[in-house]
Design a protein around this ligand. Sequence first.
Ligand code: AMP
Length: 278
Amino acid sequence: MHVVSSVADVRRIRRELAGSWGLVPTMGFLHAGHLALVERAAAENDHVGVSIFVNPTQFGPAEDLTAYPRDIGRDLELLREAGADLVWTPPVDEVYPPGYQTYVAVEEVTKPLEGAARPTHFRGVATVVAKLFNVFQPDRAYFGQKDAQQVVVIRQMARDLDFPIEIVVCPIVREPDGLAMSSRNIYLTPEQRAAAPALYRALCAARDAWRSGEHDAGRLRQIMAGILAAETLAEVEYVSAADPITLVELEDAAAGALLSLAVRIGRARLIDNVLVGW
Ligand code: AMP
């Protein structure tokens, strides 16, 4: 496994190793959710590239950029076992050198949900992913359904900017009690950790209601909000039942919906989602 920090080294190794390439972009502090993406990429491609980069442009000024957890030694061990061939761990000024001034703005699908709560987030995400696509030039790129809006934004960007890359979406990997795995779960105290499965409980209750014929999207949002309200440590940012393609809030969910939510528990801002009818 090659571990490099410069763009030039990624390009050189990319050229030297013939065959198909899968790319897995990450911010590190890896868990089983990330490793599932790497394993899928290894199964579907001759070579796997992984980036580990805590991308400053996708963090807002009041967010956890400096506190974001890191453990590069452990990450590299896990990636070696999972079958990565090339890991790029660039310093910030390799990605954004002095004088950097170009950003990718995806318009409509970045406005609601996470984009409303984090106004500059997707500009940073789209920019860094566009750069990763250009640096690695992979055949396929692997993303988790955990960040459902990110998937919609990246698909839109790849289509609009003609990136010849297949976007592969992998299912959410969860802890045994249902909590979606996230690097940010490390912020939770034991008491907060015990409260965190309320997110998935809320989503499952709305999904079960939808399956039983409740297709009023307002009611589905109420069901999620009701379950989260019972958890005193959970501070709800939003609950949503939206169109899975446009991300516009629905009134009628009969044709299916992306059920999603964002909740603060202590220092952690947690997101989760389930798709119904898709
Ligand atoms: P991050 O390091 O948080 O930027 O995540 C890197 C990639 O891993 C993104 O495509 C995420 O959607 C994906 N990912 C993170 N957590 C999970 C999870 N629990 N299950 C599946 N994919 C995940």
